[in-house]
Design a protein around this ligand. Structure first.
Ligand code: PMP
Length: 361
């Protein structure tokens, strides 16, 4: 019998079992064609139809307005850190960034290679345990765009509100919370997200961009990093990551079956309430993040007695709970509870944590 663990990995993360089974069933012979999706031409009508359907399903899920392009790109979210300024900020311009943790900082450092970056708001004063409120930000009047990170995957800090930045394009790294609940796409100039959390396998990054922002790239922007080139070629200027695109399409269909993003919001709300609720109820574990900034997707927690960390992880693994070790930069534990990690997985984790507390508390 196949053994499936409870997988709390931050990324590449758990995928819906139903989707994996479908991939397995279709691997040798996709829809009676006698080959897998990995082996077919991206210029053929089968793949083009499959790719368009995946895009449409994603548009449906997020209610993407017609004046936005949805791009299926490569290079991960890290490449978007460069691609954003290369496409939106000219030499003489500056951009505003909001610093909320490690991923925001990486985006800031990359953008600073191309132009002036103003850190308009920072969670540093809160030790990065909270996002800075907009009343604390000092936005520039003439910024090319405002960039923020809606969910800090390592810190476990998430915005539960969308910034108001007037006519300045709002750019968001939504890598670790896209598709976890409904969001108003029309508030943004650009949304980007690496796939390997809530979308599909790594190797793919999705960028949703308002059409009027296309064609503003710097003259030295490489062709492969030019959003307009990608948009004009339906994300197939070169060979796209076809298998990841196909699998993402299956995840979008699975999400539709779960009741879309309203459906996901309900389950994700229950999951995080259960886990934070338990952590807050005991003196054995702790989560330091301010109540209003707590991530629904990544829940870092500590054992008050750090000497028990190793034993906790060993026992967890023996009991089929994988990847609970916190990021190397912060230590402790982290449970990533993305869409494909069901309520039953979180219930089982909380039961395990309670049992561990009973034995060692
Ligand atoms: N931004 C955030 C919020 C992330 O969580 C990650 C990856 N964990 C990245 C950017 C970088 O993504 P990639 O590895 O796809 O470049």
């Amino acid at each position: 019998m196949t053994k499936r663990a409870f997988n709390f990995c931050a990324g590449p993360a758990a995928l819906p079992e139903e989707v994996l089974k479908q991939v397995q069933a279709e691997l040798l012979d996709w829809q009676g064609k006698g080959l897998s999706v990995m082996e077919m031409s991206h210029r053929g009508s089968d793949f083009i139809a499959l790719a368009a359907e995946a895009e449409q399903d994603l548009r449906d899920l997020l209610h993407v307005p017609n004046n936005y392009k949805v791009l299926f790109l490569q290079g991960g979210a890290s490449q978007q850190f460069a691609q954003i300024p290369l496409n939106l900020m000219r030499d003489d311009q500056k951009a505003d960034y909001i610093e909320t943790g490690i991923w925001a900082r990486k985006a800031i450092e990359e953008a600073a290679r191309y132009g002036a970056v103003n850190v308009a708001g920072s969670g540093k004063v809160y030790n990065f345990f909270a996002v800075p409120g907009q009343n604390e930000w000092k936005l520039s009047k003439d910024a090319a765009y405002v960039h923020y990170t809606s969910n800090e995957t390592i810190g476990g800090v998430e915005f539960d509100w969308i910034p108001e930045v007037g006519d300045v394009p709002l750019v968001v790294d939504m890598s670790s919370d896209i598709l976890s609940r409904p969001v108003d796409v029309s508030k943004f100039g650009v949304i980007y997200a690496g796939a390997q959390k809530n979308i599909g396998p790594s190797g793919l990054v999705v960028t949703i961009i308002r059409e009027d922002l296309l064609g503003k790239e710097r003259s030295d922007c490489p062709t492969m990093l030019n959003y307009k080139v990608a948009a004009d070629n339906d994300s197939m200027y070169n060979t796209p990551p076809t298998f990841s695109w196909y699998l993402a399409g299956l995840v979008f269909k699975w999400l539709k079956k779960q009741g879309g993003l309203e459906g996901m919001k309900k389950v994700n709300q229950q999951k995080q309430e259960l886990l934070y609720g338990y952590i807050d109820s005991t003196e054995f574990y702790n989560n330091p993040i301010s109540q209003t900034s707590r991530s629904w997707m990544n829940v870092p927690f500590r054992l008050i007695d750090e000497r028990l960390d190793k034993l906790f992880l060993e026992k967890a693994e023996k009991n089929n709970f994988l990847n609970l070790k916190g990021h190397r930069s912060v230590g402790g534990m982290r449970a990533s509870i993305y869409n494909a990690v069901g309520l039953e997985a979180v219930q089982a984790l909380v039961a395990f944590m309670k049992e561990f507390e009973r034995e060692h508390g």
